[in-house]
Write a protein that binds this ligand. Structure first.
Ligand code: ACO
Length: 448
C-alpha cells in the first residue's frame, strides 16, 4: 500500500482541571513558577470515576462515531500506555467490548509500555502491519493514553491526563515518511514506576531533563544522517514546517527547539553561519554533552530561536499548556494542536517533524507529510473542529479539591470491591466512566 498514515484523530481530555496560578498559591511556591517557569496554564485530572480503560473506551468510541467507521473495518488495535491497572490483561482487550456487537473479533494488537513512548511504539507496529504481508486491507487504530499524576512536591504541577486515538490506513492525508526515522535508547533510571501499588513514579527531575535533551540530540543527528544517506538531503530546522515534541511541560519544549538550533549551528558552514546567525558563530564549537545546563548558552539560543519557535512549534503546545503531560498521548496531542492551528490550504504539503520520548529510555524522531492533494484531509480536520471549544469549556476545580481527589485516588487505587465516589455530573455526553469494581477486581463501565 502507498501513502500509509493517519486518516483521523480523536482526542479526549478529562472535563476537570486545576488552574496553575491557583496551584502556585496553594502549594506556596513563588508566583510564576508553574506558569512562567514551566509554561503551564491548566492541568487536567481525573476523579476515581475515570481510569485508563475508561479514557481509551471514550476516545475510541468517539473516533468511530464521529467518522462513522464500521467496527468490521478495523483489523488492528494497539494501545500505548504506562498507566497500568493490570499486569496481564491489556487495555486493548477491554476495548473489544466496543466491537462485540459487530461480531468482529479478528483484530490483532495488544498493549505496549515504556513510559511516554508506548504510543509511538504502537504507531510504528501498526504502520509495519499496514506495510506487511499480514495486512488485509482494513484500518488500524492506535490508542495512546495516560493519567499522569505525581506525589506532592516539585513534579506535581507537571501532571495531566488524556487519550488520543489514531485511525491508520493506506492513501492517508497525513503520511508517515518512509525510510526516515531514528531512535535512541539506553538504560537509565530517570523516571520509572517500581511501586506497583502506587500510581506515582519515582523521578529524578534533573536527570530526566538531561536524558530528554541528549536523546533529542542523538535522534536529530541520526535522522539527519539517514536523510543525507538515503535522499541526499541536508536536514536543518528549515526542512520542517512544524516541529512537534513530547511535552513534559511547555518550557522544556521551547528549550528543545532551541537545542535543535544548536545542533544546526554545529553542522552549518562558517559562511552560512556568518550570514544567518552572526551572533552565534562562537557556539559552533559547543560540545553538546557538556551543555545541557549551560545558562548563558541557553539564553542565547532561546533568544535566537524565538522566531523559529513561534512559527514551527508554539501552536503545537496548546493541549500541553491547557492539559499538562498526557504521557503517551502528549506528542500526539501536540500533533492535534498543530493541525488545528492552521487552515486546510496552509497545511497542504506541510512536513512535520515529531520527537517522541519515553524515560528509561526510548526515543524516536520521525516525520509526517500532509498530502497536497488528498480529499480526505478535510475529513481529518473536520473531526478536530471542536477541540479548542472542548478545551475552553471544561470545569475549573479548586486546588484543595484537586488535592482531595488525589488523596482519594491514592487510597482507593487497586481497591476491590469498590464503588467510585466521584461525580459524573460534569462529564460530557459520550464519556465512559467506572461504575464499580467487584470483589474479583473486574471493572464495569457505563457511558454517559
Ligand atoms: N517565576 C518564573 N520562573 C520561575 C519561578 C518564578 N517565580 N520560580 C522558578 N522558576 C523557574 C526556574 O528558574 C526553572 O527554570 P529553568 O528550567 O529555566 O531553570 C523552572 O521555573 C523550574 O523550576 P525548578 O526550581 O528548576 O523546578 P523544580 O526543581 O521545582 O522541578 C521539574 C522542575 C524537574 C521539571 C519537576 O517538575 C519534575 O520533576 N517533573 C517531572 C519530570 C519531568 O517532567 N521530566 C521531563 C522529561 S521526562 C517525562 O516526560 C516525564
Amino acid at each position: 500500500p502507498n501513502n500509509v498514515g493517519i486518516h483521523a484523530i480523536e482526542i479526549y481530555v478529562p472535563q476537570r482541571y486545576v488552574d496553575q496560578t491557583e496551584l502556585e498559591t496553594f502549594d506556596g511556591v513563588s508566583a510564576g513558577k508553574y506558569t512562567i517557569g514551566l509554561g503551564q496554564a491548566k492541568m487536567g485530572f481525573c476523579t476515581d470515576r475515570e481510569d485508563i480503560n475508561s479514557l481509551c473506551l471514550t476516545v475510541v468510541k468517539n473516533l468511530m462515531e464521529r467518522h462513522k467507521i464500521g467496527y468490521d473495518q478495523i483489523g488492528r488495535v494497539e494501545v500505548g500506555t504506562e498507566t497500568i491497572l493490570d499486569k496481564s490483561k491489556s487495555v486493548k482487550t477491554v476495548l473489544m467490548q466496543l466491537f462485540e456487537q459487530s461480531g468482529n473479533c479478528d483484530i490483532e494488537g495488544v498493549d505496549t509500555t515504556n513510559a511516554c513512548y508506548g504510543g509511538t511504539a504502537a504507531l510504528f507496529n501498526s504502520i509495519s502491519w499496514l506495510e506487511s504481508s499480514a495486512w488485509d486491507g482494513r484500518y488500524a487504530i492506535v490508542v495512546a493514553g495516560d493519567i499522569a499524576v505525581y506525589a506532592t512536591g516539585a513534579a506535581r504541577p507537571t501532571g495531566g491526563a488524556g487519550a488520543v486515538a489514531i485511525l491508520l490506513g493506506a492513501e492517508a492525508p497525513l503520511i508517515l515518511e518512509r525510510g526516515l526515522r531514528a531512535s535512541h535508547s539506553s538504560h537509565v533510571y530517570d523516571f520509572y514506576k517500581p511501586d506497583l501499588e502506587s500510581e506515582y513514579p519515582r523521578v529524578d527531575g534533573k536527570l530526566s531533563i538531561q536524558c530528554y535533551l541528549s536523546a533529542l540530540d542523538k535522534c536529530y543527528q541520526a535522522f539527519s544522517n539517514k536523510a543525507l544517506r538515503n535522499n541526499s538531503e541536508r536536514i536543518t530546522l528549515e526542512s520542517f514546517d512544524g516541529v512537534v515534541f513530547h511535552s513534559p511541560y511547555c518550557k522544556l519544549v521551547q528549550k528543545s527547539l532551541a537545542r535543535l538550533l544548536l545542533n544546526d549551528l554545529i553542522i552549518l558552514s562558517n559562511d552560512e553561519l556568518s550570514k544567518r546567525y552572526p551572533d552565534l558563530l562562537s557556539l559552533k564549537e559547543t560540545k553538546l554533552e557538556n551543555s545541557y545546563f549551560d545558562r548563558d548558552l541557553e539564553t542565547k539560543l532561546l533568544a535566537n530561536s524565538k522566531q523559529l519557535f513561534e512559527s514551527k512549534t508554539k501552536a503545537s503546545l496548546l493541549a500541553a499548556n491547557q492539559v499538562g503531560n498526557m504521557y503517551t498521548a502528549s506528542v500526539y496531542g501536540g500533533l492535534v494542536s498543530y493541525l488545528i492551528s492552521k487552515q486546510e490550504h496552509e497545511l497542504r504539503g506541510n512536513r512535520i517533524c515529531m520527537f517522541s520520548y519515553g524515560s528509561g529510555l526510548q526515543a524516536s524522531m520521525f516525520s509526517f507529510r500532509v498530502s497536497g492533494t488528498s480529499d480526505k484531509l478535510s475529513m481529518l480536520l473536520e473531526g478536530l473542529s471542536d477541540v479548542s471549544d472542548r478545551l475552553n469549556n471544561r470545569v475549573k476545580v479548586d486546588p484543595s479539591d484537586f488535592a482531595k481527589t488525589m488523596m482519594i485516588r491514592e487510597e482507593t487505587h487497586h481497591k476491590a470491591p469498590y464503588v467510585p465516589v466521584g461525580s459524573t455530573d460534569d462529564m460530557l455526553d459520550g464519556t465512559y466512566y467506572l461504575e464499580s469494581v467487584d470483589d474479583m477486581h473486574r471493572r464495569q463501565y457505563c457511558r454517559k
